[in-house]
Design a protein around this ligand. Structure first.
Ligand code: HEC
Ligand code: HEC
Length: 251
């Protein structure tokens, strides 16, 4: 990770040159002003097709052992980036089958930068490495709560699942927020195992006040709704917890 590689990744992340029709960037769905999440319940890619799930925050994403709401097979940022760049189901940035066109656009817009950082014209490998370096620089570890955690008992019931210094980001659970009638079976979509129905990765509570709408499908329009829909880990004093959550955001 070098300063120049992170800077190149930052520019690429925000540049619609990454999409086949020049209409959207990574930052369209991972908005820096919303802790790198999207304002819609479920975002859509260049063709308007809705994605299955809500766009998660990318803060501290470099520390996550697994990426995505319910996919235990994606474990590196470089591997993950191939999905929005080239995936077709659903289509996000829409470069599937048009890799050469993407690299030609990048060479035109960022040829000098790729040469300076990687010593060669852009490749898919160097593109995802630059994006990965930038995403690893997105950190949130210093919030008002880190300096003054206040009443420790408030989050006691939460940290069983929202665990560790990132307050979540790993492990699959169903706190009772899953609707069995929905068309998203969670981890079972991947494993095909009914025992995995409704399991989703525990999201991090850091900066959570800034990432609405909430839950895997964005169906919670308010933080209160997200917390109250927990059947497991539901706090006795919801109001006190709701006052605490904004203190988990970096300043
Ligand atoms: C059309 C909207 C959209 C675009 C564009 C998009 N993403 Fe995402 N991103 C999502 C959604 C939705 C998810 C959650 C997918 C899931 O888990 O099913 C996601 C998940 C991720 C994750 C996993 C985060 C975590 O906490 O596990 C990373 C990393 C990521 N995106 C990076 C990128 C990068 C890099 C780009 C640009 C190359 C990009 N995204 C473009 C919507 C988008
Ligand atoms: C049994 C494990 C478990 C416990 C205990 C738990 N949660 Fe969760 N929480 C989850 C999971 C898993 C999700 C994602 C569920 C989904 O998307 O449907 C989640 C989602 C959330 C969200 C939405 C986050 C987002 O990015 O959309 C908030 C806010 C939240 N929890 C707060 C809390 C608070 C506050 C407590 C304690 C009072 C708590 N949770 C206790 C497992 C748990």
């Amino acid at each position: 990770m070098t300063v120049a590689k992170v800077a190149l990744g930052e520019a690429l992340f925000a540049d619609p040159v990454l999409s086949a029709d020049g209409s959207m960037a990574c930052a369209t769905c991972h908005d820096p002003a919303r802790a790198f999440s999207a304002e819609t319940e479920r975002p859509s890619g260049i063709t308007g097709e809705l994605m299955l799930r809500n766009a998660p925050s990318l803060l501290n994403v470099g520390y996550r052992p697994l990426l995505g709401w319910a996919n235990p097979s994606v474990d590196s940022l470089e591997q993950q980036a191939l999905t929005p760049l080239f995936g077709e189901e659903p289509m996000e940035l829409g470069n599937g089958g048009a890799e050469d066109a993407l690299l030609t656009r990048l060479d035109g817009a960022y040829g000098d930068e790729f040469d300076a950082v990687f010593g060669e014209p852009p490749t898919v490998g160097s593109l995802v490495r630059a994006l990965g370096a930038y995403q690893r620089s997105l950190l949130s570890l210093d919030s008002p709560w880190d300096r003054d955690p206040g009443d420790a008992s408030l989050l006691e019931v939460c940290v069983d699942c929202h665990a560790g210094e990132h307050l979540g980001g790993e492990g699959f659970e169903d706190p009772g927020t899953w609707d069995p009638a929905s068309d998203d079976a969670g981890l079972a979509e991947f494993s095909g195992d009914e025992a995995d129905n409704g399991l989703f990765r525990v999201p991090s509570l850091r900066d959570v006040a800034d990432t609405g709408p909430w839950l895997h499908d964005g169906s919670a329009a308010t933080l209160r709704d997200a917390v109250e829909r927990h059947q497991r880990g539901r706090p006795d004093d919801v109001d006190a917890v709701l006052e605490l959550l904004p203190l988990l955001s970096r300043e």
